[in-house]
Design a protein around this ligand. Sequence first.
Ligand code: NAD
Length: 264
Amino acid sequence: QGTLMKGKRGVIMGVANKNSIAWAIASACAAQGAELAFTYQGEALGKRVRPLAEGVGSDLVLPCDVSDDDAINATFDEIEKKWGKIDFVLHAIGWADKQFLRGRYVDTPRQAFLQAMDISCFSFTAVGKRAAAMMNPGGSLLTMTYLGAERVMPHYNVMGVAKAALEASVRYMATDLGRDDIRVNGISAGPIMTLAANGIGDFRYILRWNQLNSPMRRNVSLKDVGGSGLYLLSDLSSGVTGEVHYVDCGYNIVGMKNPDAPDI
Ligand code: NAD
Protein backbone atom coordinates (compact mmCIF):
# COMPACT_ATOMS: atom_id res chain seq x y z
CA GLN A 1 0.00 0.00 0.00
CA GLY A 2 1.41 3.38 -1.12
CA THR A 3 0.45 6.85 0.04
CA LEU A 4 0.46 8.88 -3.20
CA MET A 5 -3.33 9.40 -3.05
CA LYS A 6 -3.68 9.60 0.73
CA GLY A 7 -6.25 12.24 1.70
CA LYS A 8 -7.74 12.36 -1.81
CA ARG A 9 -11.34 11.56 -2.61
CA GLY A 10 -12.44 10.61 -6.09
CA VAL A 11 -15.47 9.52 -8.08
CA ILE A 12 -15.10 6.54 -10.40
CA MET A 13 -17.70 6.38 -13.19
CA GLY A 14 -17.89 3.44 -15.58
CA VAL A 15 -17.17 0.22 -13.72
CA ALA A 16 -19.21 -2.61 -15.26
CA ASN A 17 -17.07 -5.51 -14.02
CA LYS A 18 -13.51 -6.36 -13.02
CA ASN A 19 -12.34 -6.10 -16.64
CA SER A 20 -13.47 -2.47 -16.90
CA ILE A 21 -10.78 0.16 -17.46
CA ALA A 22 -12.49 2.14 -14.67
CA TRP A 23 -11.85 -0.72 -12.26
CA ALA A 24 -8.16 -0.90 -13.22
CA ILE A 25 -7.68 2.81 -12.54
CA ALA A 26 -9.80 2.66 -9.37
CA SER A 27 -7.70 -0.23 -8.02
CA ALA A 28 -4.47 1.66 -8.72
CA CYS A 29 -5.80 4.74 -6.89
CA ALA A 30 -7.12 2.69 -3.97
CA ALA A 31 -3.75 0.95 -3.61
CA GLN A 32 -2.26 4.42 -3.09
CA GLY A 33 -4.72 5.33 -0.36
CA ALA A 34 -7.47 7.17 -2.30
CA GLU A 35 -10.99 7.15 -0.90
CA LEU A 36 -13.42 6.29 -3.71
CA ALA A 37 -17.07 6.66 -4.65
CA PHE A 38 -18.44 4.59 -7.53
CA THR A 39 -21.29 5.27 -9.93
CA TYR A 40 -22.96 2.69 -12.13
CA GLN A 41 -25.62 2.51 -14.82
CA GLY A 42 -28.66 0.45 -13.85
CA GLU A 43 -29.24 -1.98 -10.98
CA ALA A 44 -27.95 -5.03 -12.89
CA LEU A 45 -24.48 -3.45 -12.90
CA GLY A 46 -24.97 -2.06 -9.40
CA LYS A 47 -25.01 -5.65 -8.13
CA ARG A 48 -21.58 -6.22 -9.67
CA VAL A 49 -20.06 -2.89 -8.68
CA ARG A 50 -21.03 -2.99 -5.00
CA PRO A 51 -18.85 -5.99 -4.02
CA LEU A 52 -15.92 -4.60 -6.02
CA ALA A 53 -16.29 -1.25 -4.25
CA GLU A 54 -16.45 -2.96 -0.85
CA GLY A 55 -13.20 -4.70 -1.70
CA VAL A 56 -11.46 -1.33 -1.80
CA GLY A 57 -13.24 -0.06 1.31
CA SER A 58 -15.89 2.03 -0.47
CA ASP A 59 -19.53 2.10 0.58
CA LEU A 60 -20.45 5.14 -1.52
CA VAL A 61 -21.93 3.40 -4.58
CA LEU A 62 -24.58 5.32 -6.49
CA PRO A 63 -26.60 4.94 -9.70
CA CYS A 64 -25.94 7.52 -12.42
CA ASP A 65 -27.15 7.36 -16.00
CA VAL A 66 -25.03 10.08 -17.58
CA SER A 67 -27.54 10.73 -20.37
CA ASP A 68 -29.74 12.35 -17.70
CA ASP A 69 -28.76 15.74 -16.22
CA ASP A 70 -31.01 15.21 -13.19
CA ALA A 71 -29.26 11.92 -12.47
CA ILE A 72 -25.82 13.57 -12.69
CA ASN A 73 -26.92 16.35 -10.32
CA ALA A 74 -28.57 13.95 -7.88
CA THR A 75 -25.47 11.73 -7.76
CA PHE A 76 -23.03 14.56 -7.18
CA ASP A 77 -25.42 16.21 -4.67
CA GLU A 78 -25.34 12.98 -2.70
CA ILE A 79 -21.54 12.80 -2.82
CA GLU A 80 -21.31 16.47 -1.83
CA LYS A 81 -23.58 15.84 1.15
CA LYS A 82 -21.33 13.03 2.31
CA TRP A 83 -17.88 14.42 1.48
CA GLY A 84 -18.20 18.17 0.79
CA LYS A 85 -15.28 18.35 -1.61
CA ILE A 86 -13.70 15.93 -4.08
CA ASP A 87 -10.26 15.77 -5.70
CA PHE A 88 -10.77 13.78 -8.88
CA VAL A 89 -13.26 12.17 -11.26
CA LEU A 90 -12.66 9.34 -13.70
CA HIS A 91 -15.14 9.22 -16.60
CA ALA A 92 -14.66 5.83 -18.30
CA ILE A 93 -17.95 5.74 -20.14
CA GLY A 94 -18.78 5.29 -23.78
CA TRP A 95 -21.70 3.95 -25.70
CA ALA A 96 -23.01 3.58 -29.25
CA ASP A 97 -25.66 1.23 -30.62
CA LYS A 98 -23.54 -1.75 -31.62
CA GLN A 99 -25.63 -2.22 -34.74
CA PHE A 100 -23.65 0.74 -36.12
CA LEU A 101 -20.21 -0.39 -34.90
CA ARG A 102 -19.76 -2.36 -38.11
CA GLY A 103 -20.30 -1.66 -41.77
CA ARG A 104 -20.07 1.89 -43.11
CA TYR A 105 -19.91 5.06 -40.99
CA VAL A 106 -22.00 6.97 -43.53
CA ASP A 107 -24.94 4.69 -42.79
CA THR A 108 -25.22 5.94 -39.18
CA PRO A 109 -28.73 7.33 -38.61
CA ARG A 110 -29.22 10.69 -36.86
CA GLN A 111 -30.62 9.18 -33.67
CA ALA A 112 -27.72 6.75 -33.27
CA PHE A 113 -25.24 9.56 -33.94
CA LEU A 114 -26.83 11.85 -31.33
CA GLN A 115 -26.98 9.11 -28.70
CA ALA A 116 -23.33 8.17 -29.19
CA MET A 117 -22.33 11.85 -28.95
CA ASP A 118 -24.50 12.44 -25.91
CA ILE A 119 -23.23 9.53 -23.83
CA SER A 120 -19.66 9.31 -25.10
CA CYS A 121 -18.84 13.03 -25.38
CA PHE A 122 -21.30 15.45 -23.80
CA SER A 123 -21.58 13.47 -20.58
CA PHE A 124 -17.94 14.29 -19.76
CA THR A 125 -18.67 18.00 -20.16
CA ALA A 126 -21.79 17.76 -18.00
CA VAL A 127 -20.04 15.71 -15.31
CA GLY A 128 -16.99 17.99 -15.44
CA LYS A 129 -19.08 21.10 -14.85
CA ARG A 130 -20.96 19.61 -11.90
CA ALA A 131 -17.85 18.04 -10.37
CA ALA A 132 -15.74 21.18 -10.76
CA ALA A 133 -18.21 23.05 -8.54
CA MET A 134 -17.17 20.81 -5.62
CA MET A 135 -13.47 20.26 -6.38
CA ASN A 136 -10.49 21.15 -4.27
CA PRO A 137 -7.70 23.09 -6.00
CA GLY A 138 -5.38 20.64 -7.71
CA GLY A 139 -8.40 18.64 -8.91
CA SER A 140 -8.17 16.29 -11.86
CA LEU A 141 -10.76 15.13 -14.41
CA LEU A 142 -9.89 12.19 -16.65
CA THR A 143 -11.69 10.55 -19.56
CA MET A 144 -10.93 7.62 -21.88
CA THR A 145 -10.49 7.80 -25.63
CA TYR A 146 -9.10 5.79 -28.54
CA LEU A 147 -6.95 6.32 -31.63
CA GLY A 148 -10.09 5.83 -33.73
CA ALA A 149 -10.73 9.53 -32.95
CA GLU A 150 -7.82 10.52 -35.19
CA ARG A 151 -7.47 7.74 -37.73
CA VAL A 152 -10.01 5.50 -39.35
CA MET A 153 -10.27 2.14 -37.59
CA PRO A 154 -12.46 -0.55 -39.10
CA HIS A 155 -15.93 -0.66 -37.49
CA TYR A 156 -15.23 2.10 -34.94
CA ASN A 157 -17.38 4.45 -37.02
CA VAL A 158 -19.62 6.77 -34.99
CA MET A 159 -17.55 6.08 -31.84
CA GLY A 160 -14.53 7.51 -33.64
CA VAL A 161 -16.44 10.68 -34.41
CA ALA A 162 -17.70 10.91 -30.82
CA LYS A 163 -14.17 10.34 -29.43
CA ALA A 164 -12.82 13.11 -31.69
CA ALA A 165 -15.39 15.45 -30.14
CA LEU A 166 -14.49 14.13 -26.68
CA GLU A 167 -10.78 14.88 -27.27
CA ALA A 168 -11.65 18.41 -28.40
CA SER A 169 -13.81 18.83 -25.29
CA VAL A 170 -10.81 17.85 -23.12
CA ARG A 171 -8.94 20.88 -24.53
CA TYR A 172 -11.85 23.30 -24.09
CA MET A 173 -12.62 22.05 -20.59
CA ALA A 174 -8.92 22.27 -19.63
CA THR A 175 -8.93 25.92 -20.70
CA ASP A 176 -12.18 26.75 -18.88
CA LEU A 177 -11.21 25.04 -15.63
CA GLY A 178 -7.46 25.67 -15.57
CA ARG A 179 -7.84 29.01 -13.75
CA ASP A 180 -9.58 27.13 -10.91
CA ASP A 181 -6.56 24.82 -10.68
CA ILE A 182 -8.50 21.90 -12.15
CA ARG A 183 -6.81 19.76 -14.80
CA VAL A 184 -8.58 17.86 -17.58
CA ASN A 185 -6.96 15.04 -19.54
CA GLY A 186 -7.73 11.96 -21.58
CA ILE A 187 -6.01 8.61 -21.95
CA SER A 188 -5.99 7.13 -25.44
CA ALA A 189 -5.77 3.44 -24.61
CA GLY A 190 -4.84 0.62 -26.92
CA PRO A 191 -7.49 -2.07 -27.42
CA ILE A 192 -8.48 -4.17 -24.39
CA MET A 193 -11.18 -6.85 -24.36
CA THR A 194 -13.93 -5.37 -22.18
CA LEU A 195 -17.72 -5.45 -22.27
CA ALA A 196 -17.84 -2.26 -24.38
CA ALA A 197 -15.09 -3.46 -26.75
CA ASN A 198 -17.02 -6.66 -27.33
CA GLY A 199 -19.65 -4.65 -29.21
CA ILE A 200 -17.14 -3.52 -31.85
CA GLY A 201 -17.08 -5.61 -35.03
CA ASP A 202 -14.00 -7.87 -35.47
CA PHE A 203 -12.48 -6.66 -32.21
CA ARG A 204 -10.28 -9.76 -31.93
CA TYR A 205 -8.66 -8.88 -35.23
CA ILE A 206 -7.94 -5.35 -33.98
CA LEU A 207 -6.35 -6.80 -30.82
CA ARG A 208 -4.15 -9.16 -32.84
CA TRP A 209 -3.15 -6.42 -35.29
CA ASN A 210 -2.07 -4.11 -32.46
CA GLN A 211 -0.19 -6.89 -30.73
CA LEU A 212 1.81 -7.69 -33.87
CA ASN A 213 2.44 -4.12 -35.00
CA SER A 214 2.95 -2.01 -31.87
CA PRO A 215 6.57 -1.15 -31.02
CA MET A 216 6.34 -3.19 -27.83
CA ARG A 217 4.87 -6.19 -29.73
CA ARG A 218 2.09 -6.63 -27.21
CA ASN A 219 -1.26 -5.20 -26.21
CA VAL A 220 -1.70 -2.92 -23.24
CA SER A 221 -2.86 -4.54 -20.02
CA LEU A 222 -5.42 -3.22 -17.58
CA LYS A 223 -2.48 -2.68 -15.21
CA ASP A 224 -0.73 -0.46 -17.79
CA VAL A 225 -3.80 1.75 -18.07
CA GLY A 226 -4.32 1.68 -14.30
CA GLY A 227 -0.83 3.08 -13.69
CA SER A 228 -1.18 5.86 -16.25
CA GLY A 229 -4.63 6.73 -14.92
CA LEU A 230 -3.19 6.97 -11.41
CA TYR A 231 -0.49 9.35 -12.69
CA LEU A 232 -3.00 11.67 -14.38
CA LEU A 233 -5.34 11.69 -11.37
CA SER A 234 -2.53 12.30 -8.89
CA ASP A 235 -0.32 15.31 -8.14
CA LEU A 236 2.53 13.65 -10.08
CA SER A 237 0.93 15.16 -13.20
CA SER A 238 0.30 18.57 -11.56
CA GLY A 239 1.56 20.47 -14.63
CA VAL A 240 -0.30 18.41 -17.22
CA THR A 241 -3.64 19.51 -18.68
CA GLY A 242 -5.55 19.42 -21.96
CA GLU A 243 -3.53 16.38 -22.91
CA VAL A 244 -4.50 13.19 -24.69
CA HIS A 245 -1.97 10.68 -23.40
CA TYR A 246 -1.38 7.48 -25.38
CA VAL A 247 -1.20 4.26 -23.39
CA ASP A 248 -1.02 1.88 -26.32
CA CYS A 249 2.43 0.20 -26.29
CA GLY A 250 3.41 2.85 -28.85
CA TYR A 251 1.00 1.77 -31.58
CA ASN A 252 0.11 5.39 -32.49
CA ILE A 253 3.62 6.17 -33.75
CA VAL A 254 3.73 3.39 -36.31
CA GLY A 255 3.41 4.31 -39.97
CA MET A 256 3.38 0.86 -41.58
CA LYS A 257 2.79 -2.77 -40.79
CA ASN A 258 5.69 -4.48 -39.00
CA PRO A 259 7.50 -6.33 -41.81
CA ASP A 260 8.19 -9.29 -39.47
CA ALA A 261 4.55 -9.75 -38.49
CA PRO A 262 2.83 -12.86 -39.84
CA ASP A 263 -0.25 -12.43 -42.01
CA ILE A 264 -3.48 -12.54 -40.05
P1 NAD B 1 -16.78 -1.26 -20.02
O1 NAD B 1 -17.92 -1.88 -20.75
O2 NAD B 1 -16.19 -2.03 -18.90
O3 NAD B 1 -17.16 0.20 -19.51
C1 NAD B 1 -18.04 1.05 -20.20
C2 NAD B 1 -18.93 1.66 -19.15
O4 NAD B 1 -19.77 2.68 -19.70
C3 NAD B 1 -19.85 0.63 -18.49
O5 NAD B 1 -19.63 0.62 -17.10
C4 NAD B 1 -21.24 1.16 -18.80
O6 NAD B 1 -22.17 0.92 -17.77
C5 NAD B 1 -20.95 2.65 -18.93
N1 NAD B 1 -22.04 3.37 -19.57
C6 NAD B 1 -22.52 3.27 -20.85
N2 NAD B 1 -23.57 4.09 -21.03
C7 NAD B 1 -23.76 4.73 -19.84
C8 NAD B 1 -24.70 5.70 -19.37
N3 NAD B 1 -25.68 6.18 -20.17
N4 NAD B 1 -24.59 6.14 -18.09
C9 NAD B 1 -23.64 5.68 -17.28
N5 NAD B 1 -22.72 4.76 -17.66
C10 NAD B 1 -22.79 4.29 -18.92
O7 NAD B 1 -15.68 -0.98 -21.16
P2 NAD B 1 -14.28 -0.17 -21.12
O8 NAD B 1 -13.56 -0.65 -22.32
O9 NAD B 1 -13.67 -0.26 -19.79
O10 NAD B 1 -14.76 1.32 -21.43
C11 NAD B 1 -14.39 2.43 -20.66
C12 NAD B 1 -13.99 3.59 -21.55
O11 NAD B 1 -12.75 3.28 -22.17
C13 NAD B 1 -14.96 3.90 -22.70
O12 NAD B 1 -15.04 5.29 -22.87
C14 NAD B 1 -14.26 3.28 -23.89
O13 NAD B 1 -14.65 3.88 -25.10
C15 NAD B 1 -12.83 3.60 -23.54
N6 NAD B 1 -11.81 2.84 -24.28
C16 NAD B 1 -11.83 1.48 -24.32
C17 NAD B 1 -10.86 0.80 -25.02
C18 NAD B 1 -10.90 -0.70 -25.12
O14 NAD B 1 -10.28 -1.26 -26.02
N7 NAD B 1 -11.58 -1.38 -24.24
C19 NAD B 1 -9.84 1.49 -25.69
C20 NAD B 1 -9.81 2.88 -25.61
C21 NAD B 1 -10.81 3.55 -24.91
